[in-house]
Design a protein. Structure first.
Length: 211
């Protein structure tokens, strides 16, 4: 976890998108991540393989406090969801709920022009089950008919390895992911998931970063 924070601190302001892999570890601290200005100001952030869902309400509250711009997006895949399909999001932000279905919760912000939409993408059964969620700042004028119902598109883009069937004849992902390396690797405290040492990260680097 400390490696991710060190890398974030070294990055130049203006990072547009940031991604993390929590590796199903309980020690991944979302609170520490959300304290970072690069994360707060990023247009897109994703966390793969988070152990528990208790994060979307924290991100939503951060967006409310910062009056984040329309289009800001947070996506997460989680292993364990408790307190219903949306975790504690619905209870913690109950006074802001505009509409709620089995698939979506829409809440108001302090800005009358903006709402926040939480979407439940679904569950993918693969090695370890994952449930996918997407949180977005949207226009308060957006109609339900304008919602994107093709969740598999963004789920696949976020975590394509979850859609790979090792028993199939489809070889498109053969070189994309090495499962043995991914699950068995002993990660160095001073390396990111690509084996890059924190001292090798260019402090002037900006754009997109995934760790």
């Amino acid at each position: 976890m400390k490696t991710a924070i060190v890398i974030l601190e070294k990055l130049k302001d203006g990072v547009e998108s940031i991604g993390f892999n929590a590796h199903n570890r309980s020690w991944f601290s979302l609170d520490d991540v959300l304290l970072q200005s690069k994360v707060q100001n990023a247009s897109y952030c994703q966390i793969k393989n988070l152990m528990f869902l208790g994060c979307v309400q924290k991100v939503a509250q951060m967006w409310i406090d910062k009056d984040s711009k329309i289009g800001t997006t947070f996506q997460v895949s989680v292993v364990i969801v408790i307190n219903g399909p949306f975790g504690s999001f619905a209870t913690d932000l109950a006074d802001r709920i505009v509409s709620k279905t089995e698939k979506r919760i829409r809440i108001r912000t302090n800005n009358p022009d903006k709402h926040i939409l939480l979407e439940r993408g679904g569950v993918i059964e693969h090695i370890l089950s994952r449930e996918f969620y997407r949180l977005m700042v949207i226009s308060a004028e957006m109609k339900e008919s304008e919602y994107d119902d093709d969740c598999e598109v963004w789920m696949r883009r976020m975590q394509p390895e979850q859609f790979f069937d090792p028993d199939s004849d489809d070889s498109r992902y053969d070189d994309y992911y090495d499962y043995d390396d991914y699950y068995d690797r002993d990660y160095d405290d001073n390396e990111d998931i690509f084996g890059r040492h924190v001292d090798d990260i260019d402090e002037d680097w900006h754009g997109n970063y995934y760790m």
